[in-house]
Design a protein around this ligand. Structure first.
Ligand code: ZN
Length: 65
């Protein structure tokens, strides 16, 4: 089982870092496993991932000008 079940059980605080691939292997594993079983967090993950992709596009636009 998880080492700290009471700490952010829905991994939402980790999703931003997960999208940016900034978590360690253990956290990445925990988030990935949770997303497979939790529709609520999976939806938040999609939104965070889309926002992150948009930001990347905006940054690319800025660099071009
Ligand atoms: Zn969840």
């Amino acid at each position: 089982m998880s080492a700290d079940p009471g700490d952010d059980p829905h991994v939402r605080l980790l999703l931003g870092a997960y999208v940016l691939d900034a978590l360690n292997a253990e956290e990445t594993c925990r988030v990935a496993r949770h997303l497979q079983g939790c529709d609520g967090c999976a939806q938040v993950y999609v939104e965070v991932a889309e926002a992150s992709a948009l930001l990347a596009l905006l940054r690319a636009e800025d660099l071009r000008e």
